[in-house]
Design a protein around this ligand. Structure first.
Ligand code: HEM
Ligand code: NAG
Ligand code: NAG
Ligand code: NAG
Length: 479
């Protein structure tokens, strides 16, 4: 089966490269410099196989690091997923890309992603998509999220009592997914009961596995199933939205109960409200962007706390102080979250060492020069978090787990980029911070734990996760 897909991949890449090859015989006289160093790999297939196989073997960054060492620590060219591409490395690369968004570069997703989300770029006009992107952070900014902290705490309590308590051992990664998805379905669309949540989750798992895949739309491929799943989810969401509109009109639902209500009752600067399908697409995007990333982060927090008892102690102490300051049963609030400074430094250090998103693509909007090299219009550009997160010039002793790096003003600009930067920085950052801190609060107040597999391998698919899901043995605190 594996081999089947690899050969399909080769065929696909071959066709795309052929057509690109023809495109590249155009006039490129506006560029005065040489192309960046590097090789574009085997004719046609490019370096895609090396790139993908580094990921399968659990070292996606190896692809980038090998080439940084060989060609240039700033920029090198390659040929990825059927596209001519340049990889920008280091903080100057991040700065360049994040500050030239929509001027020299724009976001680009592999074809497989675009096809699963047809309406994000194709059917609705580009302008519409940009307008939407401006509105999105409004639903996810701290002011909007503050009232959701108590709800997160409540769901976390339900999650921990049904999935962690009274167990000797658990597999952490699947549980983190259960937690983040449960919270998301409650806060985005007010679906809270476990059986309903599970119904919503089912197509998501299919979707996730086909998202970063070869976009061959034939029955049986992961991609085909992903497209079907995304249509199924959209249908479910549109049904929820129609019902909500009725409930809002009849006063049975509140305009602030979840993000869906927010989106339906907020108009843009021209007084226009979002179309149902657009709301569905936005929520679909949030559910996808929000669920695997945050669950990968929570899993690595459990992993690092198991390995570093003195760090665990610090987090435990901080969380117990907060518990002592509250009445029994009182839910967490904004003030409590602000007190979790050390816990957030620990989480930030985890995101440095194990960034859930390894990097992302841009597309050159025009010919431009970077670092003395020509980047032709249409080329894809990749930035990668690991090229600065593990660089000793940005983070001395990069392999050392040291939460104090985030004390004071923290790392230098453009060196710490787990959430990206510039206009396209992750709009879910604050939401993720809240749900991660609530998770830490619940897990350390209940347990200590140790890893069952001492040197469990990490695979990146496409988020980093421990290969066996991180089984741990739990030791409840004796009160
Ligand atoms: C620890 C958790 C998370 C990490 C590390 C993370 C990381 C990122 C990064 C690096 C990007 C930018 C990609 C680029 O430069 O093209 C991004 C974009 C995005 N993230 Fe997150 N994210 C996290 C959680 C979330 C959550 C919880 C949500 C939703 C509530 C979310 C929604 C999004 C969306 C919608 C985008 C696309 C923004 C755009 O296209 O302009 N993310 N995320
Ligand atoms: C390429 O473009 C330049 C101006 O940008 C023009 O002078 C030149 O004739 C063009 N060459 C070809 C082969 O079209
Ligand atoms: C989460 O766990 C609960 C309790 O075990 C279960 O009933 C529910 O179906 C799970 N939800 C998801 C989305 O996996
Ligand atoms: C980042 O790079 C280092 C090697 O420099 C590697 O050990 C680590 O696994 C990478 N992190 C992730 C999450 O890929």
């Amino acid at each position: 089966m594996e081999l089947f897909y690899v050969s399909l991949l080769c065929l696909f890449v071959l066709l795309v490269s052929l057509s690109l090859h023809l495109l590249f015989f155009r006039n490129r006289s506006t560029l005065s410099g040489p192309l960046p160093p590097g090789k574009t790999g085997w004719p046609m297939v490019g370096e895609s196989l090396e790139f993908l196989s580094c990921g399968w073997k659990g070292h996606p960054e190896k692809f980038v690091f090998d080439r940084m060492a060989k060609y240039s620590s700033h920029v090198f060219k390659t040929h990825l997923l059927g596209e001519k591409a340049a990889v920008f490395c280091g903080s100057p690369g991040n700065k360049f890309l994040f500050s030239n968004e929509n001027k020299l570069v724009q976001a680009w997703w592999p074809n497989s992603v675009n096809k699963v989300f047809p309406s994000s770029t194709q059917t609705s006009s580009k302008e519409e998509a940009i307008k939407m992107r401006k509105m999105l952070p409004n639903f996810l900014k701290p002011e909007a999220l503050q009232r959701y902290i108590g709800i997160m705490d409540h769901i976390a309590g339900r999650h921990f009592s049904s999935n962690w308590e009274n167990k000797d051992q658990v597999k952490v990664f699947p549980l983190c997914k259960n937690y983040t998805f449960w919270i998301a379905s409650r806060l985005f669309v007010s679906v809270e009961e476990p059986t309903e949540v599970a119904k919503l989750l089912e197509p998501f798992n299919v979707l996730a596995s086909g998202l970063i895949s070869v976009p061959i739309d034939l029955p049986g491929t992961p991609f085909y199933r992903a497209v079907k799943a995304s249509n199924q989810i959209r249908k479910m969401l549109v049904a929820l939205i129609k019902q909500r509109k009725v409930d809002l009109a009849e006063g049975k639902a509140s305009p602030t109960q979840d993000i869906m209500s927010h989106m339906l009752t907020t108009s843009d600067e021209n007084g226009k409200f979002m179309h149902e399908l657009d709301v569905a697409d936005k929520i679909l995007g949030l559910l996808i962007g929000g669920h695997d990333t945050a669950s990968s982060a929570c899993t690595f927090i459990v992993k690092f706390l198991a390995e570093l008892p003195e760090i665990y102690e610090g987090v435990y102490k901080e969380q117990m102080e907060i518990i002592k300051s509250k009445a029994p049963g009182e839910l967490l609030n904004w003030d409590d979250i602000q007190k979790m400074k050390y816990s957030w430094n620990v989480a930030s250090e985890v995101l440095r060492l194990a960034p859930p998103l390894q990097g992302a693509f841009r597309e050159a909007l025009t010919d431009f020069m970077y670092n003395g090299f020509s980047i032709p219009k249409g080329w894809k550009i990749y930035w990668s978090a690991n090229t600065t997160h593990r660089n000793p010039e940005c983070f001395p002793e990069p392999e050392k787990f040291d939460p104090s790096r985030f004390d004071g003003s923290g790392p230098a600009p453009y060196t710490y980029v787990p959430f990206g930067g510039g206009p396209r920085m992750c709009p879910g950052k604050e939401y993720a911070r809240l749900e991660i801190l609530v998770f830490i609060h619940h897990v350390v107040k209940r347990f200590r734990w140790e890893k069952i597999i001492p040197d469990e391998k990490i695979v990146v698919d496409p988020m980093p996760i421990p290969a066996k899901g991180l089984p741990v043995r739990l030791f409840p605190h004796t009160a």
